[in-house]
Design a protein around this ligand. Structure first.
Ligand SMILES: [Zn+2]
Length: 105
């Protein structure tokens, strides 16, 4: 995995880091390519976005090898491995991953 130039990992949560590591391994396994993280706490997101809290990450899917079907496969596998406390959404040119714990800690 690599970070898009200019993207800083400063201030991301350990829970998000775990999610990134799991999604990265799945991405590599499914596509054979290195994932690119295009946004962490930076970028422009909706006001209450988990990105600003260090709980959100975007993985680029715009490469030719990542069809919508492939992105969906990555999403489903990540969901199965990470469980309900993580939300994973295919959003056009990227997969959005966030840590969003449900219920009591
Ligand atoms: Zn996002």
């Amino acid at each position: 995995m690599r970070l898009k130039p200019g993207v800083s990992a400063r201030g991301i949560s350990p829970e998000l880091l775990l999610g990134i590591m799991v999604l990265d391994a799945i991405y590599k396994n499914v596509t054979g390519a290195d994932a690119v993280v295009t946004s962490l706490r930076d970028g422009t997101h909706h006001r209450a976005s988990k990105h600003y809290r260090g709980d959100g990450a975007d993985f680029r899917t715009i490469q030719a090898s990542i069809t919508p079907d492939t992105a969906e496969r990555i999403r489903a596998e990540a969901r199965a491995q990470l469980g309900k406390d993580y939300d994973i959404v295919v959003e056009g040119n990227h997969i959005h991953l966030e840590f969003d714990p449900k219920g009591p800690t």
